[in-house]
Design a protein around this ligand. Structure first.
Ligand code: SF4
Ligand code: SF4
Length: 309
């Protein structure tokens, strides 16, 4: 019998456990500009509809934090070159934010800068990312548009919604601390296309088609929604997965109770939750006020909601 791998030291386990204990559920109120470059629109719909709770290990959560901590260093580094860097909007005192589609789509900029050595008179959107050595080498070889299309899309959304014409992408290699910078010009057609894509996802009552029907397709294997999408796993129960909810300008509306829902209420849901039928692996064969009867793909019958007496 193969020997079990050694357990991490108790201290390491405790550090990772603390990250897991403090982790959020991964349900973002809006569809994020950092996600909109995903190729699969179905995955974006699942993100927006909170079908899948985030489940990252403590080590990975700490890695995310490493990326966030790097941002302050990059700001300092840019200031040392003589650039003016504004991490927050002086008017609001908060991070620069862009929004569209009634507040359902948006994101936060890492900053804006003037006085960058490559083009001192032009305001730039700033985007900071850390990379593994492999990813960094690809970035240097191919450029951000080719090697990191999601990052490129994120910057195009920011450019489109701020009206700026240039972004500076600052990448740091986590293995060597080498820095790569790249200026990105606004591409109006790309920005417009991404806004249209976001609108389609937000306004669709049903999940879009799969990127691939093959569960072993490489993007599907890496997708956090794989089990809901391909394996018939149950989606999370909350208002976003309920057929009574709709994203409207400024928030989410429940048709059952005819009122708007706060993000906290959306997370809680209520006893009258009924799944969006496309999230149930089967066919709806009957329905009443408070229930839907499904014939599942397994052949079994399942009643979602309050079964009639
Ligand atoms: S598993 Fe594949 S088809 Fe399904 S949401 Fe993810 S990427 Fe899209
Ligand atoms: S019926 Fe309940 S779970 Fe469904 S949207 Fe309304 S409050 Fe949320």
């Amino acid at each position: 019998m193969a020997a079990l791998p050694p357990r991490p030291a108790p201290t390491v386990e405790a550090i990772y456990a603390a990250f897991e204990a403090n982790a959020e559920d991964g349900f973002r109120v809006h569809l994020g500009a950092s996600l909109i470059g995903k190729e699969c629109q179905r995955a974006l719909w699942f993100d927006f509809r909170w079908t899948t709770r985030a489940d990252f290990s403590g080590r990975i959560l700490r890695l995310f934090e490493t990326g966030q901590l790097e941002e302050a260093r990059i700001v300092r580094d840019l200031r040392r070159t003589g650039a003016t860097v504004l991490e927050v909007d002086p008017e609001s005192g908060r991070q620069w934010r862009v929004e569209a589609h009634g507040g359902h789509f948006g994101g936060s900029l890492d900053g804006v800068a003037l006085g960058l050595l490559e083009a001192p008179k032009t305001w730039h959107v700033l985007e900071f990312k850390t990379h593994s050595a492999k990813s960094f080498a690809e970035l240097k070889r191919q450029g951000v548009r080719e090697s990191k299309p999601r990052h490129f899309a994120q910057m195009q959304v920011y450019l489109h919604l701020t009206g700026m014409t240039r972004a500076m992408y600052v990448a740091v290699c986590k293995d060597t601390d080498e820095i790569h910078v790249e200026r990105v010009a606004v591409d109006p057609a790309a920005g417009e296309g991404l806004l249209v894509k976001a609108g389609r996802v937000i306004n669709s009552a049903r999940p879009p088609e799969r990127l691939s029907t093959d569960p072993a397709w490489w993007q599907c294997r890496l997708c956090e929604h794989h089990s809901v999408c391909h394996d018939g796993a149950a989606a999370e129960r909350n208002c976003r997965t309920c057929l009574h909810s709709t994203a409207i300008d400024g928030g989410w509306h429940c048709a059952k109770w005819d009122r708007m829902l706060t993000p906290a209420e959306q997370r809680r849901g209520c006893d009258h939750h009924l799944y969006v039928p496309d999230l149930v692996p089967g066919e709806a064969v009957d329905a009443g006020d408070d229930h839907v009867v499904y014939r599942l793909n397994t052949g079994a019958t399942w009643i979602d909601g309050r079964a009639p007496c």
